[in-house]
Design a protein around this ligand. Structure first.
Ligand SMILES: CC(C)(COP(=O)(O)OP(=O)(O)OC[C@H]1O[C@@H](n2cnc3c(N)ncnc32)[C@H](O)[C@@H]1OP(=O)(O)O)[C@@H](O)C(=O)NCCC(=O)NCCS
Length: 162
């Protein structure tokens, strides 16, 4: 009988992921601001998170790694529409599926409030975010000229049926 050729011993690395997606806590808004500042030219500030939290038509979802916030997504909703004004993942935590997980949780949350569509604006040059949105079912619905400053740029308006 032919002998099996010996190859490298297969091995598996098991590692625990303590990631949790849940509503953001007020005590963490300062950290969410830091993530936002590290991620975009027009970041959300602590006061923006506070005013969203006080708005009954807004929700703030955060990703917690061992209880430390590493990402967030915000949505406003009214009647059957919702919008996504801001989403960011801490630079060190990117490409681990957190952006996808935040969006999935946000979709569930706003659907629960009756939203049937979600809209957002994104810089035309932000290919990473556009990839994320397209992967999650958004399509480009239009362009807003000179929507952004610092640097000035057009925005793509994207829409998803929830
Ligand atoms: C956009 C952002 C939230 C994505 O977060 P993330 O946790 O890294 O995303 P995920 O790991 O869940 O990746 C989901 C998808 O996004 C896209 N994506 C993420 N990083 C990417 C990269 N570096 N290059 C290309 N596509 C990328 C891919 O389609 C990816 O799916 P894939 O892994 O199957 O290829 C994050 O890059 C970020 O915070 N960027 C700065 C802030 C920002 O631009 N916010 C949006 C403003 S409108």
């Amino acid at each position: 009988m032919k002998k099996m050729k010996k190859g490298p011993v297969p091995f598996f690395i098991f590692w625990r992921i303590h990631m949790e997606i849940r509503k953001a806590e007020k005590k963490d808004f300062r950290t969410l601001e830091e993530i936002s500042v590290a991620s975009m030219s027009e970041p959300w500030r602590e006061a923006d998170f506070v005013s969203a939290e006080e708005n009954e038509f807004a929700t703030i979802i955060a990703a917690y790694d061992n209880d430390t916030p590493v990402g967030y997504a915000v949505s406003y909703f009214a009647a059957d529409e919702s919008e996504l004004p801001s989403i960011a993942v801490s630079p060190a935590a990117r490409r681990r599926g957190i952006g996808n997980a935040l969006l999935t949780a946000l979709f569930d949350e706003v659907r629960g409030h009756g939203a049937a569509r979600m809209f957002l604006e994104v810089r035309g040059s932000n290919e990473v975010a556009i990839n994320l949105y397209e992967k999650n079912g958004f399509i480009t619905a239009g362009t807003r000229r000179h929507f952004y400053s610092d640097p000035e740029e057009d925005a793509f308006v994207m829409m998803k049926l929830l």
